[in-house]
Design a protein around this ligand. Structure first.
Ligand code: C2O
Ligand code: CU
Length: 428
């Protein structure tokens, strides 16, 4: 922390090697290490700055996914960091406590950069928020970065295992860069901050014994109240915070089992039939008591539909939104500062897509006219699009007008994003 109170982080993107297969060195990229990056953590209301140095052999960017911040600090494709250079964005944390993340966003290269290992979590804390939730980092509050990979015979990471649609369906799943990951649990309850940082795969996370747990948070913060469930679907870029209860001495296995992808053409090609073990929770013979999950978690004021003054329709298809592919020199949507807007997003493909908007957290008003399910009832910045269904999203563009600096919106299946399923918005 500097004298003026700014919390300063340093991140260096660098090359290294990781041992994903015993005795084999796999070339990887990471921030401050060979793979992934440190968890950054700041308090709501704090000013932060990040000194990002690029020690790679090619240009990259670092985007703060889920963060409300000025567009020139956003780390999208217009904020390239050349090799050897340092970029220093700064902003004030002005949103609820949440599990956010950071990753590169160089246009056309995002899939490669994230796949090689450039990603990390960015946690926002509010000491006043739900004090009874487990909150001891690494003990009962655990980051779980879920990614699938495929290694060739030499142990190199490859994106070529399957055909081009929808991107890699890797043959193995790792957590925090570890194959066969486990966590030794010492408390009755443990909070898992689940992040799907895969390039294309959607998971259906739950426990092998189908026990229930509480979903307490989604992309942009805590839910109003916990939702008891046994499975959470997570598409690339989405987060979920869950609290699971364990018995002394037991082993609970987090897995992903046959995600329901909606009405896609060939579910097996999109991972819809795949089953993976993800993380083992190994409970100690005696566990420290944890308080029960509170009945009320946060205030999540609903944005009234009547507040919206603009409705936009966005039709998503391979390589295109509304029939247009990404053009870095074209602004697709112009938003007025202070406006509340409804975006009606619909995938017209029989393929898997999702939809992410920079700068804002939105609320799902309805899906094909039906109220959103509990897992879509809180703040979201990324939503899976079941084919041919209309997702009505409501959001407020409160501030940070800048006609010269766009924010992105796009499919977070990274190959789709790189291939042009992205658009640009400015706030004026
Ligand atoms: Cu997670 Cu536009 O990105
Ligand atoms: Cu897509």
């Amino acid at each position: 922390v500097e004298e003026d109170g700014t919390r300063v982080f340093e991140l260096t993107a660098q090359e290294g090697t990781s041992e994903f297969r015993p005795g084999v060195a796999t070339p990887t990229w990471g921030f401050d290490g060979p793979y992934l990056g440190p968890t950054l953590r700041a308090k709501v209301g704090e000013r932060v700055a990040v000194e990002v140095t690029n020690d790679l052999g090619e240009a990259t960017t670092v985007h703060w996914h889920g963060m409300h911040l000025p567009p020139e600090m956003d780390g999208g494709p217009h904020q390239m960091i050349e090799p050897g250079e340092t970029w220093r964005p700064t902003w004030v944390i002005d949103q609820p406590a949440a599990t956010l993340w950071y990753h590169p966003h160089p246009h056309g290269r995002t899939e490669q950069h994230v796949y090689r290992g450039l990603a990390g979590m960015f946690l926002l804390d509010d000491p006043a928020a739900a004090p009874d939730l487990p909150a001891t980092y690494g003990v009962d509050d655990v980051p779980v970065v879920v990614q699938d990979k495929h290694l060739d015979d030499e142990g190199r990471l490859t994106l070529d295992r399957n055909s081009t649609e929808p991107g890699l369906m890797g043959s193995m799943v790792m957590v925090n860069g570890t194959v066969g990951a486990y966590h030794e649990v010492t408390t009755e309850r443990v909070r898992l901050r689940l992040l799907n940082a895969s390039t294309a795969r959607t998971y259906n996370l739950g426990f092998t014994d189908e026990r229930t747990f509480h979903l307490v948070g989604t992309d942009g913060g805590l839910l109003a109240e916990p939702h008891e469930t046994s499975r959470v679907r997570l598409s690339p870029g989405e987060r979920a915070e869950v609290v699971v209860e364990l018995e002394p001495g037991e082993v609970a296995t987090l897995d992903s089992d046959s995600p329901d992808l909606g009405d896609v053409a060939a579910p097996a090609a999109f991972g819809g039939r795949d089953v993976f073990e993800v993380l083992e929770l190994r409970a100690a013979p005696t566990l420290t008591p944890s308080p029960p999950v509170p009945d009320v978690l946060a205030e999540v004021p609903r944005i009234p539909e009547s507040a919206a003054t603009v409705t936009r329709e966005l039709e998503v298809a391979v390589r295109m939104i509304n029939g247009r592919s990404m053009d870095l020199s074209r602004i697709d949507e112009v938003v007025t500062e202070g406006a509340t807007e409804i975006w009606e997003v619909r995938s017209i493909d029989p393929l898997t897509h999702n939809f992410h908007i920079h700068d804002v957290q939105f609320q799902v008003l309805d899906v094909d006219g039906e109220p959103p399910p509990p897992e879509l009832a809180g703040w979201k910045d990324t939503v899976y699009l079941e084919p041919r269904r209309t997702y009505r999203l409501i959001m407020q563009f409160a501030d940070y007008s800048d006609p010269d600096s766009p924010y992105m919106f796009h499919c977070h299946l990274l190959r789709h994003e790189d291939e042009g399923l992205m658009g640009q918005l400015v706030v004026v």
